[in-house]
Design a protein around this ligand. Sequence first.
Ligand code: HAM
Length: 419
Amino acid sequence: MKFQAPKGVSEYFPPRSSWFERVIWKLEESALAANYRLIETPIFEDTELFARGVGETTDVVSKEMYTFEDRGGRSITLRPEGTAGVIRSIIENGLDRGQLPVKVFYTGPFFRAERPQAGRYRQFFQFGIEAVGVDDPALDAEVISVAHLAFQKLGLVDYQIQINSLGDQETRSRHKEALLTFLRGRNLDQETMERAEKNPLRIFDDKRGDIQKKIEAAPLLSQFLSPTSIEKFQLVKNYLNQLQIPFAVNDRLVRGLDYYTGTTFEFVHNRLGAQSTICGGGRYDGLMETLGGQALSGIGFGLGIDRTLLALESEGVELTDRQYVDIYIIPIGETSRNLALELAVNCRRGGFVADIAFGDRGLKGSMKAADKIAAHFVLVLGDDELSSGLGRLKRMSDGEEFSVSLTSLVEELRAFTSR
Ligand code: HAM
């Protein structure tokens, strides 16, 4: 029987896994540079956490969660997103009673039972940051700048940043009422209307052309923003301008999760087709309280690592393979195998990447393997080398050979590589 990976999961194996790893590296580097620190939360949580935090009527909660009962009869859900878990952990571990804002980042797999397609998976990878406890528009700009800088460091150029303000709770309930009144007069089909009654904002996400036409004149949230919200949003825009981060205001931008308030944003890549959002986030000022904590504000983003990789590939960005082999040791015969293992371990202790020609491939086959993995140096160990304690180190870039003492191989290598 031949097994296949479950439908719709993203998998990374060499050589592409090196690029995946490199992308994560750069993202984490960007977060660390802005003083965000690692948080590692569980991959499964209490189902109720997502129902409350993300919202019962969202697609994510109502249709896409991987929920099961554990052996103790508790309802458990594989995390569909990272923010709810992070806020739960901040409250539970009292991080919000220390220095504010709490600035954390995370990387890992997330799960949504969506219809798989290019760039949309059932298990996908996100890198995210959250800054909790300070309501300052400069922090909104910082969060956006961390994603922008990370994309720039990776060499990505062909994307736009769209931003919007969803205002405060009051703005939202006034807008919701006006929108519902508008929609009730639009002669929408029953199913669409039922969905709108539950959460009218979702209508802006509807991809059907006829629906979009019917709602062209729908009241927009931006028309209901309070003076404070307008002022804060203006400040965010000013900061972004000051940082020379290009953006466009999109007042139809709505996000798929219910916790958002105030500044929201998406990074949209121009060459990815339907699944083009490579990063999305925003402020979530009521979330901590909803989850039983203090009334503290928060802002963050989730960045799709799978889509970022696709975006880099679509732009033809050269991602160098981080894996390299300094020395490839080829033992000829059983007795030299011992020494090969010992020398490889010594080289690794000395900070070099060392590999061995395992199995019995013969000299020719092993040299081919050395070429394939682009080893910098090759050392062949036969009877002569064993008895003399001297080996010939072959530099693969120009084929030159050097006689080296096997007992001081690490030092010899160091001299050649200036490491
Ligand atoms: P989200 O917009 O649902 O936000 O997801 C963030 C990013 O994850 C998306 O922009 C996309 O790149 C990627 N993504 C989402 N679903 C999939 C999928 N099925 N396959 C591949 N990639 C996917 C959140 O999750 C929020 N927690 C972000 C946030 C953090 N907001 C504030 N803090």
